[in-house]
Write a protein that binds this ligand. Structure first.
Ligand code: ADP
Ligand code: MG
Ligand code: MG
Length: 902
């Protein structure tokens, strides 16, 4: 066989030839079977056909040259090692054919067991098993069933019906009650089903069985459900799958045989212990199929102590070797334990933290590695409010957890009704088959969204995630009837107005109101749970890993906060200042009237009057915020939105004027307002008179704000505190804009600050592409840059978020134009490039330039890594995202190599 392989490309590897790092070539299953073989665990001998063979097959439609010979050579080796030949009528070698891609993929072909059995070798198998006819025929019927279903697309139910029929005829529900004769008859029935659907007899040639099964695995890579799964999970389409051919061992040889699965720790909570299921006298697929009830793995100790002890020993060795939670499949054949699979096991967010902490305690990994093994998405999940679940609540349906959170509300079926009820102060859950752009208002009004169709990239899922709204999509047990305003699930009708609860993390749907509570992790961040005192393993682990992240990170984390209350919470969550304090809310509420006066002012004096009235109010706002952020920097953005946003809508004013006229009332003020609104109307307000442009057009507006900020800082400092104001000018595109604002501001600051010792920085947002491209010039006039990546994304792509997210993003995601919404994670190649250019050129012009980001990307895990890479000083995000940003900033600092994270 060696000669052949030196000529041709090597497509087949014995288990002894591979290792766990060859997942690209051998797939996850194959690489780990090789690894277990090499560390001396009992793996039945076998070989792996590479993903390259699969790719070659899929591109050319034919097996690559040399593959058939290499399979023969490795099969020959297997036969010699086992002393048996594949399908030998007297003493057959049987194998399983198992798919296994780099990433485990439920959309792929499953396994075919017992390949090599036919009408003759079934007799030999019985003899091999000491005349156990029952076992041999049971194995044969399994082959026809699995081969038929997975290789030849025979509908699986037909086999299941035949099996049920045989059991019914026997008067039993347990397949173990079927004897050899029953199973022989079942084989005949199965063969008929097979030929009815395939138009051919069940193949009797063992090698043909093997070859067909291998091809079927290759082809399953392009099966529709595999493609859909890959798209959803963003697994590249060109990886291909490997095929593992493994000597059969038999768990169905009698009560001293069996099969099971195990985890080395609890994948749900991370707790240490033995977690798994065991099924005596069965082959592997029975465990998953739930044909008989499994017993907890602990019972194996009683059934077969020797195998149990051995299994625990292997589990400990695997953990020590992989340094992580392992998930294991095994079979016991007449008291002999065989390992059939292992992999680093999937786990919940909570278990990820707990296990990482435990592994540090056990000395298997260090804290850097622990930090690497958790992520911000998991932490965010742990911070969502959760349902307080006890035995009274059982879910009625389970869909896809499309956007996390716990939402409770009255069911509504239309957007209009959602808006209406929400307007009356009701919490509502919008239920649809699927949503479309017309549902947007309803989605905004609802607490949560529930759909019966669609996956993670459906309209509902994408838009809900964008809004941070709880969403369960694709709950297909729901029969939604919009015209009748009801849905049915589990035999019950739910009408408009009935209360339901949906869990966007688990995808579960409950009838009635499930109580909600803040998560333990939030209680910890709030300072309500002392990590030293509690015995909550999760809180302890989170505390430990967060502490390490803080020690390691280079990026500071600030928060976006407009009020003292937000600032205080963010500070508890670890914020090191405010990166964005918006000032527009300071023009709302009872101050609206002043703002109207400002806008309507006909003379300088009137305007100055209005501004003078606003000044003390703004000063008070800033004082409160500076106090909460005592000792930390606070970046205040001067007013940004177009002023007409502060006026009532046109239609409303028009109606008011008409009504007042009708009544013969004085309409002078209304008319003036109406005229102003008409005058100020903009086609594209996002690109209109806003930001720095306002400051340059309306005399005294920015000056008032600058004065309020400076006076507040002085007041706090004189009161014994320490304020660190940073005045930020929005929407600058040219250095001249900034210079003009700055000249005026510096005068005011100098006058107000005097000898108080207060230092006020002046800088700008970088959110217009032109600003990024002329950052070198702008830096001459700015002490800091703060990237406004929301606007930079909007203007970089040329679309407005409000208009596009609901309209077409789902389609772009489906087509793969975006991997993820550019508002969620920064578009590194385009918008990110603008950030990089501005950071580099800004620093070149002014080395001490402070750089930060205040768009929502500041709290997005992937974006935080990018901001670390381009060398920003800090990120700023909403208070709830602060811990996520701290964690990811720490991870970015320890991940010098780009190793994949889970
Ligand atoms: P999946 O990827 O769906 O877990 P596997 O290839 O692991 O599929 O096969 C499923 C089950 O089939 C295994 O857990 C094991 O119980 C059984 N199995 C696979 N190969 C063999 C074999 N060579 N001998 C005995 N049982 C096997
Ligand atoms: Mg498996
Ligand atoms: Mg902006």
């Amino acid at each position: 066989m060696a000669a052949q392989e030196t000529v041709d490309h090597k497509y087949v590897y014995d288990f002894a030839e591979g290792n766990k790092d060859q997942k690209d070539l051998l797939g996850g299953k194959g690489a780990n079977l090789a690894e277990m073989t090499n560390i001396g665990l009992p793996v039945p001998p076998g070989f792996t056909i590479t993903t390259e063979a699969c790719k070659a097959y899929l591109t050319t439609g034919a097996e690559p040259a040399g593959l058939a010979e290499q399979i023969s050579a490795h099969l020959g080796g297997l036969e010699r090692a086992m002393g048996r030949k594949l399908g030998d009528p007297r003493d057959p070698l049987l194998v399983s054919v198992r798919s296994g891609a780099k990433f485990s993929m439920p959309g792929m072909m499953e396994t075919v067991l017992n390949v090599g059995l036919n009408d003759d070798s079934v007799v030999g198998l019985s003899a091999q098993a000491g005349g156990n006819d029952r076992f041999a025929w049971d194995s044969y019927r399994r082959l026809i069933q699995m081969f038929g279903k997975t290789v030849c697309d025979v509908p699986g139910e037909e086999f299941e019906h035949a099996l049920d029929e045989a059991k019914r005829a026997k008067g039993t529900t347990n397949d173990l009650d079927l004897d050899a004769d029953d199973l022989r008859a079942l084989v005949d029935a199965y063969k008929k089903i097979f030929s009815k659907h395939t138009g051919r007899e069940f193949p009797q040639d063992p090698r043909e069985q093997l070859d067909l099964a291998i091809k079927a695995v290759f082809e399953s890579w392009n099966a529709e459900r595999a493609i859909i799964y890959r798209r959803q999970e963003r697994i590249p389409a060109d990886l291909g799958t490997a095929v593992n051919v493994v000597t059969m061992v038999f768990g169905n040889l009698g009560p001293d045989s069996g099969t099971g699965v195990a985890f080395t720790r609890d994948p749900a909570s991370g707790a240490q212990g033995i977690y798994g299921d065991y099924l005596a006298n069965a082959q592997g697929e029975d465990v998953v199929a739930g044909i008989r009830n499994t017993v907890p793995l602990q019972e194996l100790e009683r059934i077969d102590k020797k195998s149990y002890d051995e299994l625990l020993d292997y589990m400990a060795r695997l953990e020590g070797h992989y340094k992580d939670l392992c998930d294991i499949e095994f079979t016991i054949e007449r008291g002999k334990l065989w390992m059939l699979q292992t992999r680093v096991g999937k786990r919940t967010a909570a278990a990820a933290f707990v296990i990482a902490g435990q592994l540090v305690d056990e000395g298997l990994i260090d804290l850097d590695e622990a930090l690497h093994r958790v992520n911000g998405a998991q932490l965010a999940q742990l911070m969502f409010p959760r349902f307080k679940l006890d035995h009274e609540f059982t879910p009625v349906a389970k869909g896809i957890g499309a956007s996390p959170g716990a939402a409770v509300g009255k069911v509504v079926f239309t957007s209009a009704r959602a808006v209406e009820l929400a307007g009356e102060g009701e919490a509502v859950i919008l239920v649809r088959r699927e949503t479309n752009p017309d549902d947007l208002n309803g989605m905004i009004a609802a607490q949560g969204i529930l759909t019966s169709r669609g996956g993670k990239t459906s309209h509902a899922a994408v838009v809900a995630r964008g809004m941070g709204k709880t969403c369960v999509s694709g709950a297909d047990e729901l029969d939604v009837n919009i015209p009748a305003k009801k849905f049915t699930v589990a035999g019950r009708a739910v009408n408009e107005g009935d209360v339901i609860s949906i869990d966007g993390t688990t995808g579960k749907v409950y009838l009635g109101e499930v109580p909600v509570m803040p998560s333990e992790v939030v209680q910890y961040f709030e300072g309500e749970l002392d990590p030293e005192q509690t015995d909550d393993a999760l809180v302890k682990a989170v505390h430990r890993i967060m502490t390490h992240a803080d020690a390691r990170r280079r990026l500071a984390v600030r928060t976006n906060a407009d009020t003292g209350a937000d600032a205080a919470r963010a500070r508890r969550f670890g914020a090191q200042g405010i990166g964005l304090c918006r000032t527009e809310h300071m023009f709302l509420g009872e101050r609206r009237e002043l703002v109207e006066r400002l806008i309507l002012s006909a003379t300088d004096a009137e305007r100055q009057d209005a501004l003078a009235a606003l000044l003390p109010l703004q000063r008070e706002d800033f004082i409160e915020i500076f106090r909460e952020m005592d000792g930390l920097p606070v970046t205040v953005r001067l007013i940004d939105p177009p002023l007409h946003e502060f006026l009532p809508p046109l239609e409303q004013l028009a109606v008011n004027v008409a009504v007042a006229q009708e009544r013969g009332e004085d309409v002078a003020k209304e008319e003036a307002l109406l005229a102003a609104v008409r005058r100020m109307h903009e086609e594209n307000p996002m690109l209109g008179l806003r930001g720095v442009r306002l400051g340059l057009v309306i005399p005294g507006l920015f000056a008032m704000q600058v004065r309020a900020i400076a006076e507040a800082a002085v007041a706090v400092t004189r009161g014994g505190g320490s304020a660190g104001p940073e005045i930020m000018v929005p929407l600058v595109g040219a250095v001249q804009e900034l210079e003009t604002v700055r000249a005026e501001a510096e005068k005011i600051i100098a006058e107000v600050v005097g000898d108080s010792g207060v230092e006020v920085l002046i800088g700008t947002m970088i959110e217009v592409p032109r600003a990024a491209l002329t950052a070198g010039q702008i830096a001459e006039a700015a002490q800091f840059f703060s990237f406004g990546t929301n606007d930079l994304t909007q203007m970089g792509w040329g679309f407005s978020r409000d208009d596009v997210e609901g309209a077409f993003f789902w389609r772009y995601l489906e087509l793969g134009i975006f991997g993820i919404s550019p508002f969620e994670s920064i578009d590194r190649e385009g918008v990110g490039r603008l950030v990089r250019i501005a950071a580099e050129e800004g620093r070149a012009a002014r080395p001490e330039l402070k750089l930060g980001v205040c768009g929502e990307h500041g709290g997005d895990p992937d974006s935080v890594h990018f901001f670390h890479e381009v060398g920003l000083d800090y990120v700023s995000c909403s208070p709830f995202r602060v811990p996520v940003a701290r964690l990811e900033a720490g991870r970015a600092a320890v991940e010098t190599t780009g190793s994949d994270s889970r």
